[in-house]
Design a protein around this ligand. Structure first.
Ligand code: B12
Ligand code: SF4
Ligand code: SF4
Length: 314
């Protein structure tokens, strides 16, 4: 019995180490179904949907999002990882701003590849362990699971914050059918700070931890498929054409984060040099540039809409 437990702890430790050796900044494990906090977070999701804070993102309503076990039969644990996307080469653009998460290699692909290697490693250790990778697009309440595993706490700007890497992390999940030793969940370290709420130009953080997407610049520049923006968004864009980092840039936990020196995080050259001339690019040129980045979610016509909207304010 003791030997089994020791093995489990040792293997859990090795699993997290293996994830770090793949290039993740942080890794942590949660047990499924998790603590009662998951129920609270699921209720928060239901309230968020009832308020229509998901706007046109109807895919957020998928019932599966409320139940991690529906994503993999027999799921017992989840390895959660954070990829540090902060690069020293990310220049602050003064007129055409792009969210840091989108400037390097497509994080979905980067995380997926690394987690696949971790999955293969597990099968060397436990051949009958089944696994499933989730990065952003699966119906999983990712931040609630990252918090449960102890990867970081949910900040008032609603992002996961790690005490060393701040919120400059994209998240990945490896759901497993074997029981691993869980880590302690995270506790909030926001304290009395409310900087993100105060500085959001559109008051999209309607209450601490809760984002109304309809008021959020990140939502409108990435997800809004209409030809024009509502006026309250357009006049507050202040240069943002793809995502928005304001509520993270102001966060004290994001001030001393180490850079990821790996090429995966390095911004694409065309992003660094983006200027108004891009308005004359044809579809082919946009597609060539967008290939391999997560920003290909923003279609060429949307880039033009976003850039024109920013220029209108000048
Ligand atoms: C939909 C979505 C969006 C929407 C809605 C944002 C939102 N906050 O929900 C839009 C398009 C606006 C968006 C924007 C961005 N996104 Co986004 N998005 C998602 C997605 C697909 C779902 C998020 C979700 O479930 N929302 C529903 C609400 C209900 O859930 P929630 O935000 O987790 O809310 C929790 C809190 O409110 C909390 N809560 C409620 N009450 C209370 C009370 C207390 C006391 C506490 C502690 C907590 C708490 O419980 C809720 C449930 O967990 C996830 C990927 C995924 N599959 O999870 C990525 C994800 C959240 N996005 C991500 C990123 C990087 C961004 C941007 C930073 C990109 C950018 N630079 O523009 C911005 C950030 C904007 C912001 N301030 O949130 C990352 C965040 C990484 C991190 N460190 O947290 C994720 C995890 C993708 C990934 N795999 O890396 N996103
Ligand atoms: S991403 Fe920008 S608009 Fe959205 S909540 Fe944060 S500061 Fe506000
Ligand atoms: S700015 Fe302050 S309140 Fe907002 S997430 Fe960071 S520490 Fe929390």
């Amino acid at each position: 019995m003791t030997e089994i437990i020791q093995n489990k702890e040792e293997l859990s430790y090795k699993l997290k180490k293996r994830a770090i050796s793949e290039g993740f900044a942080v890794s942590a494990i949660a047990s499924i179904p998790g603590s009662s906090r998951l129920q609270l977070r699921t209720k928060a999701l239901e309230r968020w949907l009832a308020e229509n804070y998901h706007s046109e993102m109807k895919w957020m309503e998928a019932e599966k999002r409320k139940n991690i076990e529906s994503l993999l039969k027999g799921a017992k644990s989840v390895l959660t990882v954070g990829f540090n996307y902060l690069s020293e080469k990310q220049k602050e653009k003064t007129n055409l701003k792009i969210g840091k998460f989108g400037q390097g290699e497509d994080y979905h692909k980067v995380i997926n590849k690394k987690l696949k290697n971790v999955g293969k490693w597990i099968n060397n250790e436990i051949p009958d362990c089944k696994w499933r990778i989730c990065v952003d697009t699966s119906p999983l309440l990712e931040k609630a699971w990252a918090e449960e595993a102890g990867l970081g706490w949910i900040g008032k700007n609603s992002n996961i914050i790690n005490s060393e890497y701040g919120s400059w992390l994209t998240l990945g999940f490896l759901i497993l059918t074997k029981d691993f030793t869980p880590d302690n969940s995270s506790q909030s370290l926001c304290g009395k700070c409310e900087k993100c709420i105060e500085k959001c130009p559109t008051n999209a953080i309607t209450e601490p931890f809760v984002i109304n997407s309809d008021l959020c610049i990140a939502y409108h520049t990435i997800e809004n498929r209409n030809q024009t923006f509502p006026e309250y968004i357009e006049k507050n864009l202040n240069g943002w054409i793809a995502g928005c980092d304001i509520c993270q840039d102001v966060c004290p936990w994001n001030k001393k984060v180490p850079f990821n020196k790996n090429v995966e995080a390095a911004p694409k050259t065309w992003i660094q040099n983006l200027n108004v001339e891009s308005l004359s690019w044809d579809e082919k040129k946009w597609k060539e540039n967008l290939q391999g980045t997560t920003l290909n979610r923003i279609k060429p016509w949307m880039w033009k809409r976003n850039i024109k909207a920013v220029l209108k304010q000048k």
